[in-house]
Structure formats: C-alpha cells, structure tokens
Design a protein around this ligand. Structure first.
Ligand code: A2P
Length: 340
C-alpha cells in the first residue's frame, strides 16, 4: 500500500490518472492531489469521496512514496527533485527528464527491465512515441527494421484540458457562424489542421531542449530520440511528421516501415495479433479501419490496414490509433507504478 500524490491532478492526464487508479484498484494508503494555487481548495471525487486539491509546493511530498507527475516540464524540473529528496519515486509524464541518461524511459510492454535502474525518477515517453512503439517493437523483433516514417494525426488532448475545451468551444462557435477568440491553441483548430506547434528549429535559434535538428519541431524529434532510447538502438532510422487535427483525445498514425528481413502482410498481422497492448480492428469489406472514436477511453492501440508499399522493397504501411490520455500518458504511467 502506497502514499501517492498526483501533481497536475486537475489536468487532462491528472483526471485520467485518478480514473485509472480507481479502475485498477491500485493499492493506495493515501492519495494527495496537487495542482496550481488556482485550484487549491477545489474538491475532486475519488472512490465516492471528496479529496481537496492542494497547491503544489516543495514541501508537498512529506511521507509520499510515489508521485505521478503531469503538470508540465517546467513544473517537473522545479518540484520533482524535492519529491525525490523527500524519498518518493516519481513517474514523470513530462518531457523534462526523458533524455537524461540517468533516467529510465519506459514502456512496460517493451523495456520493463529499465525500471530497476531508476534513481528516483522514471520518465513516461511522449504520447505519439508510446502509441507508435507498441505495434512497432514486436515487428522490430520479428523482422528487423531498416527505416520507419510516421505521419501523426494528433488530438487536442496532447495540449491539455484547456486545449480540449477550446476545441469544443471553437467548434461550436464556428459551426454557428460566431467569431471566436483563441487563448490556448495558436491557430484555428476547429475545421482545420496544422503541423505540430511544438518549438520548431529554424536553424537560427539555439537548439531546443530536445535538440531537434533544423527543420524539425520538438514533437517530431521526440519520436526519433525516444525510440532510440527505448529500443536501445541509436542506429534505427526513424522519421516523423507531426500534425494536430481537430480530434479530442486519440492520436492516429500512418506508419511506413521498411523491414530488414523479408516480411509479408500475413506475417505482420500474425505479429500484431499477439502484440501486447495492441488490438486489430478492421472490416475491409466495409472499408472500416481504426478511428479515434474507437480508441477513445480504451487501453489498447488499435491497428489495421496493413498493406504493401508498392514504391519500394519490403516496405509496408500500417494504420494505428491510440488514446493519447490513456496509453499515451496515464495508463503507461500507472503500469510503470504497478511494476515498481
Ligand atoms: P491547474 O488546473 O490548477 O492550472 P493540462 O495538461 O490538462 O493543461 O493540465 C496541467 C496540470 O498542471 C493542471 O492540473 C494544472 O493545474 C497543473 N499546473 C499548471 N501550472 C501549475 C503550477 N504552477 N503549479 C502546480 N500545478 C500546475
């Protein structure tokens, strides 16, 4: 039984952490909910009881065994060292610690053994990366991968609860011919899409915290760098184009994979059918493939539409969809905590 604190408890991932702790009956001795001063005093229901949200402070972690942190990178940077100092283990959902060589970056279906190496902090990977890697890892084991390119179709949830709310409000406003003033998302989001708005390296500025090369945005480079770290293979050729689409909470990805060993459509389906955390959902006769509404609120990454890429040898396309808030964030974090 553990004393657990959630940092960012009022956010999109924080709320899902609460739901999953309840659903999976996580062995809790106590649960502390932390957020900004704006939310202090607010009550949130957990297992039928009200828990009062407290302001996150450096002294919030006295007696806490486990911190699930999802309040943003700068908050993790500032406060999680205090949690470790107080004796807690932190499972951090932000990008801040992910590429730190001292910090394991874990997808439990892929590299659970890394958890043991932690020195107080374990990082939860980027959502698009987790969703891509669940089907990719068993394929990598079975056939070897020469190169993978991912095009993502990312939901508002990746930008947090306020972005989801803004998409709802903007959609309602524009659908009824009203004007709308955005405060969270930088571009029109309803009835539109745009290349991911994480910091873009134009070659003139200092390199970003994730060291994206010129021409990449951070989200795209996270998918490359984090895949290398999780697979323990820096030679794997990975590339990504990340796009935000006006969907509330599940990310879709088109994967184009060139294998090293001879692969086939049937062989790929065989691997995906037994891949942990992956489910095939499709009915080709009805032109029915995984959609964000199928994955929303669900644990598995849905896969389908495996086909030969006619343009080059031994290359295949796969369509996948996964809930960004669940397996892309909260569920993965709680699976790590369960292994701990
Ligand atoms: P709050 O609701 O009080 O702003 P999301 O990713 O959905 O936007 O959620 C972000 C989470 O991080 C929220 O719980 C938010 O709390 C929390 N947060 C944001 N800024 C701070 C801060 N300065 N200190 C503590 N928690 C913060």
């Amino acid at each position: 039984m553990k004393n657990v604190a959630i940092a960012g408890a009022t956010g999109a991932v924080g709320q899902e952490l609460l739901a999953i702790l309840e659903e999976r009956n996580f062995p809790l001795k106590s649960l502390k909910l932390l957020a900004s001063a704006r939310s202090a005093g607010k009550k949130i229901k957990f297992k039928g009881e009200d828990i009062t949200v407290q302001e996150l402070r450096h002294d919030s972690f006295e007696g806490i065994d486990l911190v699930l942190s999802s309040a943003g990178g700068s908050i993790s940077k500032e406060y999680m060292p205090s949690a470790v100092k107080a004796g807690a283990v932190v499972v951090d959902n932000t990008s801040y610690f992910r590429m730190n060589p001292e910090v394991p970056l874990v997808v439990p279906e892929i590299n659970p053994q890394e958890i043991k190496k932690h020195k107080g902090i374990i990082a939860n990977p980027n959502c698009s990366t987790i969703i891509m890697l669940l089907p990719l890892f068993p394929l990598y084991k079975a056939f070897g991968i020469e190169r993978v390119h991912a095009c993502t179709y990312q939901a508002a949830s990746g930008a947090g609860a306020t972005a989801m709310e803004e998409l709802r409000l903007e959609s309602a406003a524009l659908a009824t011919g009203k004007t709308f003033t955005r405060t969270v998302i930088p571009h029109q989001y309803a009835f539109n899409l745009f290349p991911h708005n994480s910091p873009y390296n134009d070659g003139s500025s200092a390199r970003s915290s994730v060291h994206a090369p010129t021409g990449y945005c951070e989200e795209e480079w996270k998918m490359v760098a984090e895949t290398h770290k999780i697979f323990g293979d820096n030679n794997l050729r990975v590339n990504a184009t990340c796009v935000r689409v006006p969907i509330l909470r599940a990310h879709s990805e088109a994967l184009n994979i060139r294998f090293s060993k001879k692969a086939s459509v049937a062989g790929i389906y065989d691997v995906l059918r037994t891949a942990p955390g992956v489910e095939i959902l499709e009915d080709p006769s009805e032109n029915r493939w995984p959609m964000p509404i199928d994955a929303s609120g669900k644990d598995p990454v849905l896969a389908g539409r495996v086909r030969i890429d006619q343009s080059q040898d031994n290359t295949f396309d796969i369509w996948i969809v996964g809930d960004q808030i669940r397996k892309g964030a909260a569920l993965n974090a709680i699976q790590i905590a369960e292994l701990l």
